[in-house]
Design a protein around this ligand. Structure first.
Ligand SMILES: [Zn+2]
Length: 348
């Protein structure tokens, strides 16, 4: 079968090649792939900055944002032939740590987890993949191709779940305003879930993008192309999805009292700034502010994300997918174009 592969650690090693059929040890459920989404992690892997092949192999099948149709499933697996499904990315570490032991592999404490398409396990970017029943998520068939948004949505569902749990430290905390910094697919999904919670939504972008402005408007939100300092309001919840170091610096301490800053975007090390730590600490202590980071998602978050996508306007979700590339030319999907929001690779 055809697969999208890379040699992790080697820049520009991406190609399409024939690989063996998915091995039985990957799981009892056989899925025919419809599409995989492309994100910054994939670009980092293709550039040679990130990613690990399975032990003893030199190449990795890429693709962790999946969507496919079940072709074979045992009777007790919870899915049936024809179901639309998405694969969970992370697998628990082998020890397992206390988090992985209870199914919270997203909170792994020892870093020995594996991830499909990223870390020591082949991904979903092949004509077929196999998966274990406990790591497959069935989604509403009506979502169609927009179901490929489930994996990025699961990361944001976790971010919202944890934000709300932290907020519950005070019985009186009812957030009213949300600011999302960064208007990529993850930022826009954060805005969607904020709107679904009834919050006043603001999205801060670094340059004008008409389609993103329209998507935010359709959520009833405000789209700003500006600096944080110019916004002149302090949100109750601030979700940092840009991963831009200067934006990360600016969001710290920049919420209303009892505010929560949730860091979702990943940054490269090596960015030094002058920061008045005294003023920052003073603000955060006197205002009971919180800053926390979050990554990945467990099964519960995939299910929450499925609910959020099901509730969303289907046309809004369709508008998130701005470009489709055929698998044979998947490397085109890695080159950013000005109109891109979510780019996906389709398998015919
Ligand atoms: Zn673990």
């Amino acid at each position: 079968m055809r697969a999208l592969t890379v040699a992790p650690g080697v820049a520009n090693s991406a190609r399409v090649e024939d690989v063996p059929e998915p091995p039985a040890e990957d799981g009892a459920i056989l899925v025919r792939t419809r599409a995989v989404g492309v994100c910054g992690t994939d670009r980092d892997i293709v550039c040679g900055r990130y990613g690990w092949a399975p032990p003893g192999q030199s190449r990795l099948v890429i693709g962790h944002e999946s969507l496919g149709t079940v072709e074979e499933a045992p009777p007790d697996s919870g899915v049936s032939v024809g179901d639309l499904v998405v694969g969970i990315v992370r697998r628990p570490d082998p020890v397992p740590c206390p988090s992985c032991a209870v199914g919270e592999w997203d909170m792994c404490r020892n870093g020995r987890y594996t991830e499909r398409g990223i870390k020591e396990r082949h991904g979903f970017g092949s004509q077929y993949f196999r998966i274990e029943p406990e790591f497959v998520v069935k989604i509403d068939a009506a979502l169609g191709e927009t179901g490929v948004l489930l994996e990025p949505a699961s990361v944001i569902a976790k971010a919202w779940d944890h934000t709300e749990r932290i907020g519950q430290r005070a019985r009186s905390w009812y957030p009213k305003t949300l600011l999302v910094t960064g208007a990529g697919p993850v930022g826009l999904l954060a805005a969607l879930m904020g709107a679904q919670r009834g919050l006043e939504v603001h999205v801060l972008d670094h340059h004008e993008h008409r389609a993103k402005r329209e998507l935010v408007r359709r959520l009833g939100g405000a789209y700003h192309v500006d600096t944080l300092a110019n916004l002149r309001f302090k949100p109750d919840v601030l979700m940092e999805c840009s991963g831009a170091p200067s934006v990360v610096r600016d969001v710290l301490g920049n919420t209303a009292a009892s505010g929560i800053v949730c860091l979702v975007g990943v940054t490269e090390p090596g960015h030094d700034f002058d920061v008045d730590v005294g003023a920052l600490n003073r603000t955060m202590v006197l205002d009971n502010n919180t800053v926390f980071g979050t990554v990945n998602a467990n099964r519960l978050h995939y299910e929450m994300a499925g609910g959020a996508l099901q509730k969303a306007d289907r046309n809004w979700l369709e508008a998130m997918i701005t470009r489709r590339e055929p698998a044979e030319h998947w490397t085109r999907s890695l080159q950013r174009q000005p109109d891109d929001i979510k780019v996906i690779v389709e398998f015919s």
